[in-house]
Design a binder for this molecule. Structure first.
Ligand SMILES: *Cc1c(COP(=O)(O)O)cnc(C)c1O
Length: 395
């Protein structure tokens, strides 16, 4: 690739970092290199540095360099899904190693920790990471990772990344931040002391709900070597078309996130004023208990909003079935608005008492606010609130 533009501000690097025009044809867009193997000049002398596409592929390299630039890292490694990235991260550990993790992680992350890697003798402790003392108390001399998400899902709780970095490093552990909800446009954990950033590219970075992918981004070259070894040895890499789709997504990340944030704030404020709504969770609201931390740590508050309907599970489900623009679906981060009810959907496997103790109200509804016109979205919420009240008159 020629004409590398790895300089400039975020919006500029989002479009150019890792990508230049194709030196052979002049193609402005990064080609989708649909090849599994590469010609060699002589044995073990690959022509362009590539040998086999599990190990590396030029379209994937472009994405890896683009993501490294956006997160302020020196390397990126891409995977077939967010969970394949998590898996590579855990492949570095050996039996007896310990991980301290947040107690409201993405469900799939909790599952791979407890149902897959615990069987290999890796130990996990789950703590509320908004409380630094609880985190410090959970660290042991075998703790290798402190693993956090901020903002968390679905209650949008924040964790102080700089404080976690101090605790992790004092205990000889690495701080890993799942930055899927915030994206590097709104929050850059490596600049706050994190050692590795993890992404589900499936969400905001892809941004169009048309691709599944994951990434790890960091700064330490020896960590890169180790993780690249597991990326290649375990083989959880995505294909070049996946990489191309995510590259197309990151080009518009900045403008999409601006609109996601503006729409989400407007809808959170609207919901806070509605009598059917008991509580709104959004870091951009002054009523959010960690609003000050959000202002300090993030450059915007994101596109995820959750709220509690007074009428419980039935009201939540009636609401989510009544929306017309908000599609009832799991996942998040695409241009289109989605709605889901965690107690019946993403968090249904958690027993009701445990769920309530963790702060997840029965009437909880989660919105992934898209970039449609905010007036249309507000009108959609309004008619669905009316429909929910009619279905559950006690609400
Ligand atoms: C979706 C998601 C993941 C898992 O990513 P996949 O691409 O679905 O494997 C991890 N963390 C968070 C916060 C997510 O939302």
């Amino acid at each position: 690739m020629s004409n590398q533009h790895d300089q400039g501000r975020f919006e500029t690097r989002a479009i150019h970092a890792g990508q230049g025009h194709d030196p052979v044809t002049g193609a402005v867009m990064t080609p989708v290199y649909m090849t599994s193997t590469y010609a060699q000049r002589a044995p073990a002398e690959p022509i362009g540095g590539y040998e086999y596409s599990r190990t590396s592929n030029p379209t994937r390299t472009a994405l890896e360099n683009n993501l490294a630039s956006l997160e302020g890292g020196t390397f990126g490694l891409c995977f077939a899904s967010g969970l394949a990235a998590t898996s590579a991260l855990l492949n570095r550990l050996v039996p007896g190693d310990h991980v301290v993790a947040g107690d409201d992680l993405y469900g799939g992350t909790y599952r791979i920790f407890t149902k897959v890697f615990e069987r290999y003798g890796i130990e996990f402790s789950f703590v509320g990471t908004s409380d630094p003392e609880a985190v410090r108390g959970a660290m042991t001399e075998r703790t290798r990772y402190l693993y956090i998400e901020s903002p968390s899902n679905p209650l949008l709780r924040l964790t102080d990344i700089a404080a976690m970095s101090a605790i992790a490093h004092a205990g000889g552990a690495l701080l890993v931040v799942d930055n899927t909800f915030a994206t590097p446009y709104l929050q850059r954990p490596l600049e706050l002391g994190a050692d590795l950033v993890l992404h589900s590219l499936t969400k905001y970075l892809g941004g169009h709900s048309d691709v599944v992918g994951g990434a790890l981004i960091g700064r330490d070259p020896s960590l890169r070597e180790e993780l690249a070894f597991f990326q290649n040895s375990c083989g959880g890499t995505g294909g070049p078309l996946d990489a191309f789709l995510v590259l197309r997504g990151t080009k518009t990340l900045a403008v999409r996130m601006e609109r996601h944030c503006a729409n989400a704030l407007a809808l959170a404020e609207y919901l806070e004023g509605r009598p059917e709504v008991e509580r709104v969770h959004y870091p951009g609201l002054a009523s959010h208990p960690q609003h000050e931390l959000a202002r300090r740590q993030m450059h915007g508050f994101g596109g995820m909003v959750s709220f509690e309907l007074a009428g419980g599970v039935e009201a939540g489900n009636a609401f989510a079935s009544a929306t017309r623009i908000f599609t009832l679906a799991e996942s998040l981060g695409g241009v289109e608005s989605l709605v889901e009810t965690p107690p019946s959907m993403t968090h249904a496997s958690i027993p009701p008492e445990v769920r309530r103790a963790a702060g997840l109200a029965d009437g909880l509804v989660r919105l992934s606010v898209g970039i449609e016109h905010v007036d249309d979205l507000r009108a959609d919420l309004e008619q669905a609130l009316v429909a929910a009240r009619e279905a559950v008159p006690s609400a």
